[in-house]
Design a protein around this ligand. Structure first.
Ligand code: MN
Length: 526
């Protein structure tokens, strides 16, 4: 049997970013793209170029940075969208335009208000047009699972004839069942006469928890590209998780013996951690492959078996996904090189000035805590502002809170605002609220805070506190993270972090108003 190499198409930066609260900034997206490149995925879907000037800018930056994999931008089936996608990816080593149109009766009738014939024509004409710009064009039949099969075959045949190099059959709403989905893909392979002239792809959502199972069934049935995201993030219940698909193919190579993929699995853990830290959303402890407990053996019987022979209960090794047990404990005597080495193992790369700042905070922490764990270092890195203090509008300086259960809570906070020292005092129902009120007072701000959480980084009483929160302002959401030995300080740092994002955005919005007008976002069909 000949082997087929499956293309791994990662859409963490496009579909993944659409998950609630997962919006990423340019710097974060470049960090994720760098990890995906090291992971050796075949295609990075970098964004939806026409969605906003920020999206355009990040697709363009990723296209310029990434070498060795294809960079795609999503575009609706409209000339203006396709032009914008091409403008964003044209500088890539291997650019791809990914355009889509819905083909299910419910979408065509209610969303598009188009007849099936109109949909077919629009798809053909826009794929042809995209091919005049870019040699690699992917077309997706949105809501394929609920599309009438005979109609889907006609559309697939027509877009391949028009020049589509990849035809994607998404389970947009997460409705498919593995056996049925596999049979439908087999039907495509059998009934579309020119199917051998393009790659068939699948893109499965996890609404019924079947995204990975559906993807694997489709690959067995002849699909050549799997679309997925790191940690399975994405719209609603998310997308098929890249790490689960890849590790299933590898671990069960006996079953998937004719399929291979080029992913370097030892980079899975570092990429997963990177996505967690830039989106601020962690994976559940029992998440397959990358969850905290995925390789933990708790019960006595299992531990006994593991000690006798790891294969008794271990179907894959932690090392195969890059989960190495660190032998060296970091403490107050560790130098910058040891810290840099450990950061590299954790998938964190920092510029020289960021590294220096992290090293200073690491030394402070090592003074207060004897043993600094990987989790501590990751938390410190997550808490770092992405740019040096000198470039931040707001910089935390100090606070003093008077707190207790019998008196009013008062906090005095001092920040540097554009280089000027500003101090305010305010009351609140607790010391954190009092501190936030003080900041609101000095900036004259009215924002909503959501998803406020404070957690301990490690299990001991001397643990660092890590605060995550979201600030909502004018229908936009800004993520804030702060880490400190004191939880009030961690919360203030997180709030300042989020507010810096907000203030930077407001500045950009004024600058970008002209760009937005020039982009001429046309009337939407989909
Ligand atoms: Mn999707």
């Amino acid at each position: 049997m000949s082997t087929r190499k499956i293309a791994i198409f990662d859409t963490t930066l496009r579909d993944g970013e659409q998950s609630p609260g997962c919006s990423m900034k340019l710097h974060d997206k470049l960090l994720v793209a760098g990890n995906l490149e090291a992971l050796k995925v075949d295609v990075i879907e970098a964004g939806f170029a026409i969605a906003s000037p920020g999206d355009f800018e990040s697709v363009q930056a990723i296209a310029a940075q990434v070498k060795g994999c294809t960079v795609a931008s999503l575009a609706r089936c409209l000339k203006g969208d396709i032009d914008q996608a091409w403008a964003a990816v044209c500088k890539a080593e291997r650019p791809r335009i990914h355009t889509f149109l819905a083909t299910s009766p419910v979408h065509m009738q209610y969303k598009l208000r188009m007849s099936p014939e109109q949909v077919l024509q629009q798809a053909v004409s826009m794929v042809s047009y995209a091919r005049t710009l870019c040699p690699d064009v992917q077309f997706s039949l949105e809501d394929y699972t609920r599309t009438e099969e005979a109609f889907s075959w006609r559309v697939i045949e027509a877009v391949i004839k028009a020049g589509a190099t990849v035809v994607n059959l998404p389970d947009t709403v997460g409705y498919a069942i593995p056996e049925e989905f596999g049979a439908r893909i087999r039907g495509v392979m059998e009934h579309v006469p020119n199917v051998d002239q393009a790659t068939i792809a699948v893109h499965c959502h996890n609404d019924l928890g079947l995204a990975v199972a559906n993807t694997l069934a489709a690959l067995r049935a002849g699909a050549g590209q799997a679309e997925c995201t790191i940690n399975g993030i994405g719209e609603r219940a998310g997308n098929a998780a890249l790490e689960e698909i890849v590790m299933a193919l590898r671990t069960r190579h006996d079953y998937f013996s004719d399929l291979t993929c080029g992913v370097d699995t030892t980079k899975i853990m570092s990429t997963s951690r990177c996505v967690c830290s830039v989106t601020g959303s962690r994976v559940q402890n029992n998440k397959a492959i990358v969850g905290q407990n995925a390789f933990a053996h708790e019960s006595g019987i299992h531990q006994h078996g593991m000690l006798a022979n790891r294969e008794t209960y271990e179907i894959m090794t932690p090392e195969s996904i890059g989960l190495t047990q660190s032998q060296m404990v970091l403490g107050k005597h560790s130098g910058k090189h040891a810290l840099k080495d450990r950061l590299a193992q954790l998938g964190i790369s920092l510029s020289e000035d960021r590294l220096q700042e992290l090293f200073t905070r690491f030394k402070d922490l090592a003074d207060a805590k004897k043993v600094v764990t990987d989790a501590d270092i990751e938390a410190l890195a997550r808490g770092l502002e992405m740019r040096p203090d000198a470039q931040q509008k707001l910089v935390f300086d100090r606070f003093l809170a008077a707190t207790g259960n019998t008196n009013a809570n008062v906090s005095t906070v001092r920040l540097r605002v554009d280089g000027q020292t500003v101090e305010e005092v305010a009351m609140g129902s607790g010391p954190i609220e009092a501190s936030f009120n003080a900041i609101n007072k000095m900036l004259n701000l009215h924002v909503t805070i959501e998803n406020f959480s404070v957690s301990a980084v490690t299990a001991n009483v001397d643990a660092q506190g890590e605060c995550d929160l979201r600030v909502r302002h004018n229908q936009r959401v800004y993520l804030g993270r702060g880490v400190a030995q004191d939880i009030i300080e961690a919360a203030i740092r997180a709030y300042v972090h989020a507010l810096n994002g907000l203030l930077e955005d407001e500045q950009r919005m004024t600058v970008n108003a002209a760009t937005l007008a020039a982009a001429n976002v046309g009337g939407g069909l989909v």
